[in-house]
Design a protein around this ligand. Sequence first.
Ligand SMILES: N[C@@H](CCC(=O)N[C@@H](CS)C(=O)NCC(=O)O)C(=O)O
Length: 157
Amino acid sequence: MEKRTDVLLLGTFGSGFCIRIELALKLKGIPYKYDEENLTNKSELLLHHNPVHKKVPALVHNGRAIAESLVILEYIDEQWDHTPKLLPEDPYKRAKLRFWISYFDQKVPMSSIYNIILSKGKEQEEAIEGFCELVWVFEEGVKRDFQAGSLPLTVRP
Ligand SMILES: N[C@@H](CCC(=O)N[C@@H](CS)C(=O)NCC(=O)O)C(=O)O
């Protein structure tokens, strides 16, 4: 069992990129320490551990850092090779999953939510419509490819 201090997550509140790392660590039962970053005044620790992008999340395992949430997720799955596995064993299913992860990160960015919040009237209606369409494609695709039951969020009938 890892000591709690061996795994440190640098994150920030409400970030989907950071939440996915916390979910993975919790699903795998990996103890970790969490440091909340102030993105308007980034810590020396974050700049040191993610000098390229200077973003959260960054995961520091036994003093060595990994950045980029999807890279971190794969690292967690490989480093702690016990169930539950995050990625399917079957290469085709893995590829399909990576496709939908990539779709989600490219097509459903936080900026589309800000567009909804910050717009009004017709512009807002169009922003909501566009966002629902993207989420609907994602939801239907994941259901089709993984034959899962209904996902909790059903945007369209
Ligand atoms: N592609 C990155 C995106 C990470 C990201 O955008 N993090 C945001 C917080 S949600 C951040 O650190 N922003 C600070 C900045 O852009 O300076 C990942 O998947 O980890």
